[in-house]
Design a protein around this ligand. Sequence first.
Ligand SMILES: Cc1ncc(C[n+]2csc(CCO)c2C)c(N)n1
Length: 229
Amino acid sequence: MKFSQVLRESAEDIYQGIFEHPFVVGIGEGNLHKEAIVHYVKADFEYLNAFMNIYGIAIAKSSTREDMNYFYDKIGFVLNSEIHPHHNLCEVAGVDYEELQGYPLPPTANHYVTHMKSVAQQGSMGELIAALLPCPWTYLEIGHHLKEKYQPTEDHPFYEWITFYAKEDTASVTTELCERIDKWAENVGEEEKEKAKQAFIKSCQLEYLFWDMAYNVEEWPFSLEGVQQ
Ligand SMILES: Cc1ncc(C[n+]2csc(CCO)c2C)c(N)n1
């Protein structure tokens, strides 16, 4: 069995939990509350910045031009395309996207980003990819799941969000990262693979918790004023 399949199977319960999460169900049913949408976009804008930083770390760790070009290209995609689903959410919530930018990450989102960054800095290329993979892979499956279950038409409030993630682009980044990690796994021992699996599972758990963070409008318990992020 390919290593990417081992990873996916090890997280089956988390994927199912994500499909059933009230935020994800709320996208499908088109009845998400505004506070949750706003909280999600604020945190996700910063999450995407961190995601691009990590692609930058991947470039720093790359030894071939092909790898460098690959991660460079992915930064471009996050910069220019990942904003479309955010625009859809902002339209539904009736807020300007610019108003939701520059906020500190709430605790759970901060935890997720810190996990990915520390794995990226300290781990192997395989661990780095494992920590990043749940991001496109869970969204791709959410997109497919919602498309199939709710069969949204253009008048659905989250039609663009759902169709964006069910599209080819999210599928191809998932497939490409899987191919990369499968190739990496062919040349490393069990211990290395186990570390990558742990990084993958933790990111899956944190994907679930990111939805929870947004749905419950999670905040820091005390003011962050004067605290460096
Ligand atoms: C918490 C969170 N997880 C995943 C995504 C989806 N996503 C972010 S960047 C990217 C492309 C990777 O090259 C994808 C699919 C998100 N927006 N927010």
